[in-house]
Design a binder for this molecule. Structure first.
Ligand code: AP5
Length: 214
């Protein structure tokens, strides 16, 4: 199964990704996680990406597409993958389509998670993550059992630098201008499946599974 997760910042893509990859046994390819790991390691990619992430802008298409293509060529993607946060622009989607055509593959479904913009700000500013395994928490609706310690791996819980209100506003604008057009793009290809992202996490996950398995 070759899947794409689409939705604004804070829609719950990362949260659903954790569940989907376990259920369908496919690798999780999150471009945001790739950039954050590169920033943490201080690689040349990380140095370049940091200014874009910190200001809430998209990393230029020519940088992102090369990274995703390299990742999709790896063996673990042969029997499927879940792309989270890619594509984010029409040119990225066009390149992905052509690249998969070359591999005689296609996208099985695009899972579009919809959430009202007023809800997103509270979700993102309350989000906390594990520095080690990336597990997602929230100060109100998904707390870790022991404060500051990840339930899964014991890693340290932290807040992302780009989750501060001013940067979140910018990210939401960028989503509306550059990423939202992908909804019509994939709808026209008849592979878009849209879901109400304001349902509880488990209910939403069940609906996604029903749609993919049905
Ligand atoms: P990225 O890391 O992809 O961030 P994003 O798309 O902005 O998405 P988020 O990670 O903020 O949110 P999410 O939808 O995963 O929500 P989550 O599950 O955490 O990208 C970061 C940056 O990298 C970009 O700004 C850009 O600079 C760059 N970048 C990445 N990809 C790129 C690309 N292709 N091209 C160019 N640049 C790129 O949930 C949020 C919170 O809500 C959590 O606390 C969670 O517990 C809670 N929650 C989740 N679901 C529910 C629910 N159903 N009910 C209640 N609470 C919920």
């Amino acid at each position: 199964m070759n899947l794409i997760l689409l939705g604004p910042p804070g829609a719950g893509k990362g949260t659903q990704a954790e569940l989907i990859i376990e259920r369908f046994n496919i690798p999780h390819i999150s471009t945001g996680d790739i950039f954050r790991a590169a920033i943490k390691e201080g690689t040349p990619l990380g140095v370049k990406a940091k200014e874009y992430l910190d200001s809430g802008q998209l990393v230029p298409d020519e940088i992102v597409v090369g990274i995703v293509q390299e990742r999709l060529k790896q063996n673990d993607c042969k029997s499927g993958f879940l792309l989270d946060g890619f594509p984010r622009t029409i040119p990225q989607a066009d390149v992905l389509g052509e690249f998969l055509k070359g591999l005689k593959q296609n996208i099985t479904a695009v899972i579009n998670i919809e959430v009202d913009f007023e809800v997103l700000m509270a979700r993102i500013t309350g989000r906390r993550l594990c520095r080690n395994c990336g597990a997602v928490y929230h100060i109100q609706n998904k707390r870790e059992k022991t404060e500051g310690v990840c339930d899964h791996c014991g890693g340290e819980i932290y807040q992302r630098d780009d989750d501060l209100p001013e940067t979140v506003k910018k990210r939401l604008q960028v989503y509306q201008n550059q990423t939202e057009p992908l909804i019509s793009y994939y709808s026209e290809k008849q592979i878009l499946k849209s879901f109400d992202g304001q349902e509880p996490i488990a209910v939403l996950f069940q609906k996604i599974c029903d749609a993919l398995e049905g």
